[in-house]
Design a protein around this ligand. Structure first.
Ligand code: FES
Length: 127
C-alpha cells in the first residue's frame, strides 16, 4: 500500500467531516452566514434574507441555514460558508444580494463552485 501524505490525510478529513456533519442532520447542504458585528455591519442580514427567499422560491427542504460569529476577516464580510454533502466547504466573501442569488443557483442547487466570489475552498486547519 502506498504511503499516505499529509495532503491525502487532509483530503480524507475534509471529505468525511462534511459528510458526517450533514448526514447527522439529514441535510444535503448547510449554509453558514457569518454574523459577527462586522458581518452585520457589512450587510449579512440582507444576505441571510436573500438566502431564505431563494430557498423558499426553490421549494427545497434539504438545505439548513445557520449563523456563526465573525470569521476573523472583517474586510471580507459579508461572508458565507457552504457545505455540500461529500464536498469540501467553500467560503465566499464580499457578498451582496445578487452574488448570493447567483451562488444559490450555481453552487447550492447546481453543484458548481462560483470561483470568482470564493475566498477559500476546503477548511482551514491547524495541522
Ligand atoms: S470582528 Fe470582524 S472579523 Fe471579527
Amino acid at each position: 500500500m502506498a504511503k499516505l501524505t499529509i495532503d491525502d490525510l487532509k483530503k480524507i478529513k475534509e471529505k468525511h467531516q462534511s459528510t458526517f456533519t450533514l448526514r447527522e442532520g439529514g441535510y444535503r447542504a448547510k449554509v453558514t452566514v457569518h454574523m459577527g458585528t462586522c458581518g452585520i455591519a457589512a450587510g449579512a442580514r440582507a444576505i441571510i434574507n436573500t438566502l431564505m427567499a431563494e430557498i423558499e422560491k426553490s421549494g427545497t427542504s434539504d438545505i439548513i441555514v445557520t449563523t456563526s460569529g465573525c470569521a476573523g476577516l472583517c474586510s471580507s464580510e459579508p461572508m458565507v460558508t457552504i457545505d455540500i454533502l461529500g464536498h469540501p466547504p467553500v467560503k465566499y466573501k464580499a457578498l451582496n444580494e445578487e452574488k448570493m442569488q447567483e451562488i444559490f443557483k450555481e453552487h447550492i442547487m447546481g453543484g458548481n463552485i462560483v470561483e470568482k466570489y470564493a475566498l477559500v475552498i476546503g477548511s482551514e486547519t491547524t495541522y
